[in-house]
Write a protein that binds this ligand. Structure first.
Ligand code: SAM
Length: 258
């Protein structure tokens, strides 16, 4: 059925703060009944306030189990072409591009291995879960699902007009990042576009989850700019979205950073 997505991120990312809300509220009620002193009551009120606000931010601002919005309209401005999603997972980034650019086709590539299981847990086969979400979005006819490693892409050179990769390359170590960006540059046509979305240490993430969920998020814009340049890319735009650093780069073309 249309619109029934299951992107499979763990429940606690969206709803975990509610557990804290319930516990803090229960202790506040107990403290009120037993007339506890001001200090613990104030502390409990602060925890209740934070957990309520963090729940709203996690569920409705970060919204990892909902649709993802394109961070920039400058990605694939022609609106058409063949796109690769490196680390497609359960399809959130693929659907983001396919819906925003209805004349594109896309290859959804993922290793479907340990990292997939860590993020999305057990269930139907990874390919089936991905396909179910593509069908829910009504875009499945424009997609090919392919198992493969982004550090050694199973494609010929210059096969793609654009590549998207969201919250995937930043799971790799430095060597893995360098290999996958070099591969991205290889399989893109000259001047092809790469949209990277990376977990970023921003106020939203720090407020809701502190150091949790950061993985490669401490590397920052200069680090990623250097890796992209080493791989032959020119960064043409970058910016922040909640919990996200995005970078738009062109393969082998010279353009100014905005
Ligand atoms: C956090 S998920 C992101 C999924 C999706 N892009 C999104 O935005 O929701 C990271 C994905 O990268 C995949 N991945 C990790 N290492 C990979 C590799 N070397 N090659 C291909 N995919 C990989 C994992 O299997 C996982 O599905």
């Amino acid at each position: 059925m249309k619109e029934q997505f299951d992107f499979g991120y763990p429940w606690w990312i969206s709803y975990g703060h509610l557990v804290v809300v319930v516990i803090a509220a229960a202790f506040l009620a107990l403290g009120h009944a037993r007339k506890w002193s001001k200090v613990p009551m104030l502390l409990l009120s602060a925890v209740l306030l934070w957990s309520t606000a963090a729940f709203v931010a996690a569920r409705f601002v970060l919204n990892v189990n909902g649709r993802s919005a394109m961070p920039t309209q400058n990605f694939i401005p022609s609106g058409k072409g063949r796109v690769l999603d490196m680390g497609a997972g359960t399809g959130r980034s693929s659907i983001m591009v396919l819906e925003a650019r209805p004349q594109t086709t896309l290859v959804a590539l993922d290793l479907f291995g340990e990292s997939y299981d860590e993020h999305f847990g057990p269930g139907a086969s990874p390919q089936e879960r991905l396909l179910a979400n593509l069908k829910a979005a009504g875009v499945e006819r424009r997609v090919t699902i392919q198992a493969g490693d982004m550090r050694q892409l199973p494609f010929k050179s210059a096969e793609f007009d654009a590549i998207v990769s969201s919250y995937a390359v930043d799971h790799l170590n430095r060597d893995g990042v360098q290999k996958s960006l070099a591969e991205a540059d290889r399989v893109l046509k000259p001047g092809g576009e790469l949209l990277l979305m990376l977990i970023a240490k921003d106020p939203w993430l720090q407020f809701t989850f502190g150091p949790l969920l950061l993985h490669g998020g401490t590397r920052g814009l200069p680090w990623w700019t250097s890796r992209l340049q080493e791989a032959g890319f020119q960064v043409v735009k970058h910016g922040m979205r909640p919990a996200t650093l995005y970078m738009l780069a062109h393969s082998g073309s010279a353009s100014e950073v905005r």
